[in-house]
Design a binder for this molecule. Structure first.
Ligand SMILES: Cc1cc2nc3c(=O)[nH]c(=O)nc-3n(C[C@H](O)[C@H](O)[C@H](O)COP(=O)(O)OP(=O)(O)OC[C@H]3O[C@@H](n4cnc5c(N)ncnc54)[C@H](O)[C@@H]3O)c2cc1C
Length: 365
C-alpha cells in the first residue's frame, strides 16, 4: 500500500514527487518508456513572468527563486534572454491588456527594437514592449533536478506503466496498470493532455481539460547572422514567436488548435502559415526547416491550472491544465500542491488563500 500514487511522469508529476517524497511513500506511474516524453520535452523553455493570468503570474514569480537559485539545481537553470513583443498599428487593445498587471516592461521605438534584434523590419510595427526579465530555462537540467530530488527521498518512478483503470473501496484506491495493481490512499492526476481521461476513469468531476497543439521548427540563418545575443521576439497578438537556439532560430506559429490527447505531430500547413507571418515581420527568408515538432498545451475552460482535491472523488487530486506555463510554474505549483496534500497550507496568507481557491477544482461546481 502506497500513501500516494502519481499518474504522469512529466514535469508536473515528477516535481510533485520531489516535494512529497520526504514525507510520504510516493510512486509515479508513467506509460511511456521514458519520463518527460510528451509536453515536458517539447516546450519553448521560456521563463516570462508577465505571461498569462494574474494567478499564473503569481506562480511564475514564486517559481523564480527556485529556478535561479540553488534549491533544485546548483547554480540555477535560467539565463537571461529578454523578450521583445512588437506592436502593430491595430494592436492598441491587445497592448492595453498585455500591460495590465505587468511589471518591469519598457516601451521601445521601432528603431530601438531593431537595435536589439536586427532582423526585425522596423517599418512593420509602431512600437515594441521589452521584458528584460524573460529568461531561457534549461528544462532538462530542471527536470533531472526534480528526478534526483524525488529518487533521493525514496520515490519510485516507474516507466512503462500505463494506468488502465481506477476504483476505490473504503477510501483505498486500486490502480490497475498493464503490469500490476497498486493501492494508495491518494491518487494524483498529473496526466497532462490525458487528465480528462484519468478523471473519468476515477469517476471524478467532469472538468474539461482541452489539449491544444503548438508547433515549432528550427531554422538556420544566413551566414554571418549570430542570433545568440537577441531576445525572444514575438508579435503582441501571439500569432508567431521566435527565439535563438544554439546558433539557429526556433520559430513557432503560436498555434493553439484543440485536438484529442495523442503523440502530437506538426500540421505542415499551420507551420507554413506561421513561418510566413514570421517572414512578414523580419528580413529572414526561410529556405529550410532543420527540425520540427509539436506538443500539447492543455487548458481548463478558464485557462487557470487545476490543483486540489476533487470535490466528488475522495482522495483524487488534480494537478493539470498548466497550458503554456507548466515548466515555469512547476517549482511553485508543486510546492503548493504538496502543501495541500500534506495539509500544510498557511491559510493566514490572503494571497495564498486566493491562489488555492482560484486553482481548486471545486471552482467549476
Ligand atoms: C511548443 C510548446 C511550447 C511551450 N513552451 C513553454 C514555455 O516556454 N514555458 C513553460 O513554462 N511551458 C511551456 N509549455 C508548456 C509545458 O511544456 C507544459 O505545461 C508542461 O510540460 C506540462 O507538463 P505535464 O507534466 O503536465 O504534462 P506531460 O509532460 O505531457 O506529462 C504527462 C504524462 O502523463 C502520462 N500519462 C498520461 N496518461 C497516462 C496513463 N493512463 N498512465 C500512465 N501515464 C500516463 C503521459 O504519458 C505523459 O508523459 C510549452 C508547451 C509546448 C507544447
Amino acid at each position: 500500500m502506497h500513501d500516494i500514487v502519481i499518474i504522469g511522469g512529466g514535469i508536473a508529476g515528477i516535481s510533485l514527487a520531489a516535494r512529497l517524497a520526504p514525507f510520504a511513500s510516493v510512486t509515479v506511474l508513467e506509460r511511456e518508456p521514458s519520463l518527460g516524453y510528451h509536453s515536458t520535452s517539447r516546450s519553448a523553455a521560456m521563463y516570462i513572468p508577465n505571461y498569462g493570468t494574474a494567478l499564473l503570474r503569481q506562480l511564475i514569480l514564486q517559481s523564480g527563486d527556485d529556478l535561479t537559485g540553488d534549491h533544485i539545481v546548483a547554480g540555477g537553470v535560467t539565463s537571461l534572454r529578454g523578450e521583445l513583443a512588437i506592436v502593430g498599428a491595430d494592436d492598441e487593445d491587445i497592448l492595453a491588456k498585455y500591460m495590465t498587471g505587468s511589471t518591469g516592461l519598457t516601451q521601445l521605438s521601432p528603431d530601438e527594437a531593431h537595435d536589439l534584434c536586427p532582423i526585425l523590419r522596423n517599418d512593420r510595427f509602431v512600437s515594441a514592449i521589452y521584458d528584460e526579465q524573460a529568461a531561457d530555462i534549461d528544462v532538462d537540467k530542471l527536470f533531472q533536478g526534480f528526478i534526483r530530488m524525488a529518487r533521493q527521498s525514496g520515490a519510485q518512478l516507474l516507466t512503462g506503466h500505463e494506468v488502465l483503470s481506477l476504483s476505490q473501496t473504503c477510501n483505498t484506491w486500486h490502480i490497475t496498470t498493464d503490469k500490476d495493481v497498486l493501492t494508495a490512499d491518494i491518487v494524483v492526476n498529473a496526466a497532462g493532455a490525458w487528465a480528462g481521461v484519468l478523471a473519468s476513469m476515477a469517476g471524478a468531476s467532469p472538468i474539461s481539460i482541452t489539449p491544444c497543439r503548438r508547433s515549432a521548427a528550427i531554422i538556420p540563418l544566413a551566414d554571418g547572422l549570430d542570433p545568440t545575443p537577441w531576445p525572444m521576439i514575438a508579435d503582441i497578438a501571439e500569432t508567431w514567436y521566435a527565439k535563438p537556439d544554439a546558433g539557429r532560430l526556433m520559430v513557432s506559429p503560436a498555434d493553439q488548435d484543440p485536438i484529442a490527447p495523442c503523440d502530437a505531430w506538426v500540421d505542415d500547413m499551420v507551420l507554413a502559415m506561421g513561418i510566413d507571418r514570421f517572414e512578414q515581420a523580419t528580413t529572414v527568408s526561410v529556405t529550410r526547416v532543420e527540425h520540427q515538432w509539436a506538443g500539447l498545451r492543455s487548458f481548463a475552460d478558464d485557462h487557470e491550472p487545476v490543483a486540489g482535491f476533487d470535490p466528488v472523488a475522495h482522495g483524487f487530486f488534480w494537478l493539470a491544465g498548466q497550458g503554456g506555463n507548466g515548466i515555469q510554474t512547476a517549482p511553485a505549483l508543486s510546492q503548493l500542491a504538496a502543501d495541500i496534500i500534506l495539509s500544510k497550507t498557511a491559510s493566514s496568507n490572503a494571497s495564498d488563500a486566493k491562489l488555492i481557491t482560484g486553482l481548486s477544482p471545486a471552482r467549476f461546481n
